[in-house]
Design a protein around this ligand. Structure first.
Ligand SMILES: *[C@@H]1O[C@H](CO)[C@@H](O)[C@H](O)[C@H]1NC(C)=O
Ligand SMILES: *[C@@H]1O[C@H](CO)[C@@H](O)[C@H](O)[C@H]1NC(C)=O
Ligand SMILES: *[C@@H]1O[C@H](CO)[C@@H](O)[C@H](O)[C@H]1NC(C)=O
Ligand SMILES: *[C@@H]1O[C@H](CO)[C@@H](O)[C@H](O)[C@H]1NC(C)=O
Ligand SMILES: *[C@@H]1O[C@H](CO)[C@@H](O)[C@H](O)[C@H]1NC(C)=O
Ligand SMILES: *[C@@H]1O[C@H](CO)[C@@H](O)[C@H](O)[C@H]1NC(C)=O
Ligand SMILES: *[C@@H]1O[C@H](CO)[C@@H](O)[C@H](O)[C@H]1NC(C)=O
Ligand SMILES: *[C@@H]1O[C@H](CO)[C@@H](O)[C@H](O)[C@H]1NC(C)=O
Length: 348
């Protein structure tokens, strides 16, 4: 009696387990079908593999499939962002196209991997890219005008490479850009006027890029800029008045160029600035009156600008200002003291 009840209970449990197993199996089947349906556009997969092969930077097979479909595994895992340093080189994909059957490569990172070579033409066919990070490699040669194809781009970095030639005016077609970096390269020629079309731009980094000439008047449109690093180029002409209209600026670096004239009084509008660096303006004189309004300043560097007046009397109000010049002075004293001590030890 007791035995049969036990047996009946056992059968019921076994039945339940079997049913649950079937459900899991079916769910797995649906899942597998779904994920195996979404595949990378073959031309994009081919372009990607070719680019990485030319740079000698094959993907780590633990991170994504180079043999199978590249848009699989971590490339479509939403919990892992492109910036994650454990995945490099890396891509991210969007597989929502054609009712979830087609994947496009939307992000590509080859960051600080000593990739050597030119920018392969295949790169300009990845026109679903919104994020391309090729910073800190040894990429050479020019940026092709075909970059104008990549109109979905939002974050673009070529910083710290050895790229050369003129910047293509087609960069101005990437109107979704919010961040653009081509700093520390070996470009030549002037800034294309077409960059003035990039009205969504918030960050623009081009220090030590090799560019020269005047800042184009079309840059007056770039009113969303918050960060502009333009130091150590050969920019000429005067610092444009319209920069005073870039009222979202928090960080502006213009030192180490060949500007003439004066610091525009319109800089008084830049009340969000917390970092301002301007140096080596020749053939003019500048007033510091504009600084009165800049209460958020943290770092102020004004070297060799023929400033015609003294610091505003309200200077004590700048709670957070740490004059870099002061830092330099303190380090010089410490260094001097160090040598005196070493010297006296040496000679005794
Ligand atoms: C490679 O692809 C297969 C099938 O598409 C997938 O199951 C597997 O997770 C992928 N491997 C990696 C490392 O992404
Ligand atoms: C299959 O993919 C589609 C589109 O991405 C998605 O809406 C759906 O939830 C997926 N189904 C399963 C079972 O994962
Ligand atoms: C630019 O995009 C078009 C359309 O997608 C494509 O046909 C063309 O090959 C691309 N250009 C380059 C240089 O890849
Ligand atoms: C930079 O470009 C110039 C020509 O414009 C060339 O003479 C020079 O060697 C290049 N420098 C580097 C570091 O590539
Ligand atoms: C981009 O800028 C250039 C020069 O400033 C201008 O001639 C051109 O019409 C602009 N293109 C678009 C699409 O606005
Ligand atoms: C600043 O912007 C205002 C309004 O858009 C405009 O009227 C003015 O001419 C601009 N100033 C400069 C110096 O470009
Ligand atoms: C500065 O002014 C002097 C004298 O007027 C002129 O010779 C020189 O070319 C000017 N320099 C610049 C960079 O404009
Ligand atoms: C510096 O500014 C004064 C006017 O404040 C001017 O007379 C002088 O020529 C300027 N010096 C240089 C080197 O530009």
């Amino acid at each position: 009696m007791l035995g049969s009840r036990w047996r009946r209970r056992q059968t019921a449990v076994a039945g339940l387990l079997a049913a649950a197993g079937w459900l899991l199996f079916l769910a797995g089947l649906v899942q597998a079908q779904n994920s195996s349906q979404a595949t990378t556009v073959p031309s994009e997969a081919k372009a990607l593999n070719s680019i990485l092969r030319q740079w000698g930077k094959p993907a780590n097979v633990k991170q994504w499939n180079t043999t199978g479909d590249p848009c699989s595994g971590f490339a479509i895992d939403d919990s892992i962002q492109l910036e994650n340093p454990a995945y490099n080189p890396f891509i991210k994909c969007d597989c929502s196209y054609d009712s979830g059957t087609t994947c496009h490569i939307t992000e590509l990172k080859v960051y600080a991997l000593d990739a050597i070579g030119v920018l392969p033409d295949e790169l300009w066919s990845l026109n679903f890219l919104i994020n391309l990070d090729l910073a800190q490699n040894y990429l050479t040669g020019p940026i092709s005008s075909s970059i104008g194809n990549l109109t979905r781009m939002q974050y673009l970095s070529f910083g710290i490479n050895a790229l050369s030639g003129k910047l293509p005016k087609e960069l101005g077609s990437l109107t979704q850009l919010s961040s653009l970096s081509f700093a520390t390269n070996n470009f030549s020629g002037s800034l294309p006027a077409e960059l003035g079309n990039l009205t969504s731009l918030q960050q623009l980094y081009f220090s030590s890029s090799g560019v020269s000439g005047v800042i184009p008047s079309t840059f007056a449109n770039l009113q969303n800029l918050a960060t502009v690093w333009a130091s150590d180029n050969e920019l000429t002409g005067s610092i444009p008045d319209f920069i005073g209209n870039w009222t979202k600026l928090t960080d502006l670096r213009l030192q180490g160029n060949s500007f003439v004239g004066s610091i525009p009084s319109t800089f008084a509008n830049l009340i969000s600035l917390n970092n301002l660096r301007i140096s080596d303006i020749s053939n003019g004189s500048s007033s510091l009156a504009f600084i009165k309004n800049l209460k958020s300043l943290n770092i102020l560097v004004l070297r060799n600008n023929n400033i015609s007046d003294s610091l505003p009397s309200s200077f004590g109000d700048y709670q957070s200002l740490s004059l870099l010049g002061m830092l330099v002075l303190v380090s010089a004293i410490v260094l001097w003291w160090f040598f005196v001590v070493i010297g006296s030890l040496w000679f005794t």
